[in-house]
Design a protein around this ligand. Structure first.
Ligand code: PLP
Length: 405
């Protein structure tokens, strides 16, 4: 039996930017008995989730579902489309962009890492003009793919993917566009087809409100064509066999049956709310969260208001305060987990997740936990963030001024 006595009364506040709390409806759906993955009931479930997930990616094209974490789907995107030694243009938005680049190196690709210098690049989204400029210089079309992270979970910065598409087109370059929206999907507006993305990578444990364990590649026709001649080794990750078997709702291996029950339920919840309503709810909560941070007198990690993330808010801690010590104080006193600073931001920031099933009261409780924890840790606050957030939520109930701090 798992020992859970480290959780005191009430529920643990899991306010990291994923995994996000799993709603009771989904937990219950996942507790159905596991069925034969070659039997008729499973085929119906497979077809249901494969059709439903396309609506979330806003695509008419295949979405491949893997029983793997997001990292697996990163690898799948690269190995299905590229060959050893291929140059790929990647963009440094933060820790996850850096990890994807390291993976590309490990796979024998040649990633070029664009970005603004130092911390500045981790505080702003992708600068599409830098991508266009670089592609224009690549007359011989050595660059085979452009890889960007849509919602950088390490910073709370969302990038404008449509602008990256426009940059590639303006340069008249044939490179594929590969996008990681592992933490953006189903929380931040995302349009695989309209934005001309060739492979979109995502995962289950963020906006989809599922536990970790399934991940996705939404693929374009151009990506599928590229996969026919791509020479990086792949077996488990290969799209062709999976897409072939998905036509009847099955997989070439044992799929993650109970997580797929959960996915069916999550799709029902999200599509029931309406995707645009889901996005508006996230924008509204994010706005209230930013109001709180500003009222505390602390700095938001994202320095460009036009790309504030609706999924999470990165909070920079004042000089002399270790962000992880503050997180520890909050965890120990209020049973709440906040995201740690990653990579270059270690110790300098914490991250508040407001994704998935987040609502007004979960946000308010989260901010109260932060405010009390900051005070206990000795941070001198300029004012009450809780008060400011309540003000925002009560005055901006229906139509929030979405991108204003
Ligand atoms: N990319 C982003 C933007 C992420 O947020 C994460 C995980 O948080 C990953 C990639 C890696 O995914 P996973 O940890 O599910 O393998």
């Amino acid at each position: 039996m798992l020992k859970l006595d480290f959780h005191p009364a009430g529920r643990h506040f899991l306010q990291i930017p994923g995994p996000s709390p799993v709603p009771d409806r989904i937990l219950r759906a996942m507790s159905y008995p596991t069925i034969d993955h070659r039997g008729p009931e499973f085929g119906a479930l497979g077809l249901q989730v494969l059709a439903g997930i396309k609506k979330i990616f806003k695509t008419e094209q295949p979405v491949v579902i893997y029983p793997a974490s997001g990292t697996g789907a990163w690898e799948a995107a690269l190995t299905n489309t590229l060959s050893p030694g291929d140059t790929v243009l990647m963009y440094e938005t933060g820790h996850f962009a850096t990890l994807w680049k390291k993976m590309a190196e490990a796979l024998g690709l040649k990633p070029e890492f664009l970005g603004l210098p130092g911390i500045e690049g981790w505080r702003r989204g992708v600068q599409a003009d830098l991508i266009e400029e670089r592609l224009r210089k690549d007359g011989g079309h050595q660059i085979k793919a452009v890889c960007v992270v849509h919602n950088e979970t390490s910073t709370g910065v969302t990038s404008d993917i449509a602008s990256v598409r426009r940059a590639i087109d303006a340069a008249g370059h044939p490179a594929l566009l590969l996008v990681d929206t592992i933490s953006g999907l189903a929380s931040a507006d995302y349009r695989h087809d309209e934005w001309g993305v060739d492979v979109t990578v995502s995962g289950s444990q963020k906006g989809l409100m599922l536990p970790p364990g399934i991940s996705f590649n939404a693929v374009s026709k151009k990506a599928i064509d590229a996969s026919k001649s791509a020479r990086l080794p792949k077996a488990f990750w290969g799209w062709a066999k999976i897409i072939e078997m998905n036509a009847t709702g099955y997989w070439p291996y044992t799929p993650n049956t109970n997580l797929l029950y959960g996915l069916a339920e999550a799709l029902d919840m999200i599509l029931g709310e309406g995707l645009d309503n889901t996005f508006a709810r996230h924008e509204r909560l994010a706005l209230a969260c930013r109001k709180a941070v500003t009222a505390w007198g602390l700095e938001i990690q994202c320095a460009d208001p036009s790309v504030y993330s609706p999924v999470l808010t990165g909070v920079m801690t004042p000089e002399g305060f270790d962000a992880d010590a503050i997180r520890k104080t909050i965890y120990e006193n209020f049973d709440m987990s906040l995201g740690t600073g990653l990579g270059k931001m270690k110790g300098k920031m914490f991250r508040i997740g407001h994704l998935g099933e987040a609502n007004d009261l979960t946000l308010m409780a989260t901010l109260a936990g932060c405010e009390m924890g900051l005070k206990l840790a000795g941070v001198k606050l300029a004012g009450s963030g809780v008060q400011a957030a309540m003000e925002a939520l009560t005055t901006q109930k229906k139509k929030p001024d979405l991108k204003v701090a």
